[in-house]
Design a binder for this molecule. Structure first.
Ligand code: NAD
Length: 337
């Protein structure tokens, strides 16, 4: 083995161990050990090395995996359609490169329409409705197996227990983010301080800790909210749905599901960049924490043609906000608590 290959092997092993440990603290313990910017930097370094040395790739690498293991304290839920992660873009060039990749793969240079959504900083949840009634809710877990948190999700005030109207699929899985608005988070931490309870590092941890409580009476007291952002299983399969993602979101809204008010659509990569800048400007005044924005190819037929890679759809990307801001935010908030 050449020196550089041997060196890369060692670096990769170190990065995988480090990232596995960060993942465990973040996803299983709801207690991150480093700021997201540090995690993202190490993950990008691992991805770059694995790309440079394809023989060292492994399906068990944290770069190929989604989230963390489900806690055994909860009943397990196997997702019929896996709940994946998102690829990341950290700058303008990588967003424009994403658009180019899409066009190349589709062999079509026509301008693409995108659904543009704030990337809410909470945790992904699947909510299943059968004949319009909420019957099950689960965390994403490792993407294949999540935790049954139905009793807890039922306590979230803006989650409908029954769908509105009459024309909905017999079985429909709604996916979205459970998060804690900033104001509720500040009040909760104030209360926790006064009563000697656990003070949470940030709204994302507070949301994760609150949702994965074994006693749903505790969850019920926490100011959680839910915004829907996609569909999972729909049965019967021939149930007629709108042909674009943004119209499907409106459909979810008509069934009574809450949607993020800052969602929009844009034409092409340039339109996406304008949306990114607009949301970045608004970021501090939003009532909830976000760590970037998500762009999704709007036409469902094109999403289907593009498909998936191991851990993420090819047709979507999360453009993260600048790392420095995240470090500052986390250092200010998290590491002084
Ligand atoms: P991700 O955060 O990059 O993106 C996927 C997630 O985005 C989805 O599961 C969903 O929960 C969320 N999301 C929010 N709004 C959405 C929308 N409108 N549409 C679709 N999804 C939306 O991926 P991930 O796998 O959840 O987490 C990776 C990120 O988590 C890292 O980039 C890092 O920032 C953070 N992390 C940090 C640590 C740490 O130790 N600090 C550890 C692990 C992960």
């Amino acid at each position: 083995m050449s020196d550089s290959l041997e060196q890369a092997k060692q670096q990769i092993a170190t990065l995988r161990n480090t990232l596995n440990e960060y993942n465990y603290q973040y996803y299983v313990m709801d207690d991150p050990s480093v700021p997201d910017a540090v995690y993202d930097r190490d993950m990008q370094a691992l991805i770059a090395l694995e790309k440079q040395y394809p023989t060292l790739q492994s399906p068990n690498s944290p770069s190929q995996k989604v989230g963390g293991a489900a806690l055994s304290a909860f009943e397990q839920v196997i997702h019929d359609v896996p709940m994946l992660s998102l690829d990341n873009a950290f700058d303008e060039e990588s967003l424009l490169a994403f658009e180019k990749r899409l066009k190349d793969r589709l062999k079509d240079s026509a301008t693409l329409d995108f659904s543009c959504e704030p990337k809410l900083d909470g945790l992904a949840v699947s909510i299943l409705y059968e004949n319009g009634e909420l019957v099950r809710a689960a965390t994403r877990g490792d993407g294949q197996v999540g935790e049954n948190i139905t009793a807890n999700v039922r306590t979230i005030s803006n989650v409908p227990l029954t769908l509105r109207g009459e024309h909905y699929p017999e079985r429909v899985e709604v996916r979205g983010e459970v998060f804690m608005p900033r104001e509720g988070f500040a009040k909760l931490n104030e209360h926790q301080k006064e009563t000697g309870g656990k003070v949470f590092a940030n709204p994302r941890n507070a949301a994760a800790g609150s949702l994965r409580q074994l006693d749903s009476k505790i969850t019920a007291k926490r100011p959680l909210m839910f915004y829907a952002y996609s569909l999972g299983v729909v049965q019967p399969e021939n149930f007629e749905l709108p042909t674009t993602h943004s119209e499907r979101l409106k459909q979810l809204g008509n069934w009574g599901l809450p949607l993020c008010p800052d969602i929009d659509t844009a034409e092409g990569g340039k339109g996406c960049l304008a949306y990114y800048n607009h949301i970045l400007e608004k970021r501090d005044s939003l009532p909830y924490d976000i760590d970037g924005v998500v762009f999704k190819v709007n036409r469902i037929d094109l999403q289907n043609a593009l498909g998936f890679v191991a851990r993420a759809p090819r047709w979507a990307i999360a453009q993260k906000f600048p790392a420095q801001e995240e470090v500052t935010k986390l250092l200010d908030v998290e590491f002084q608590v």
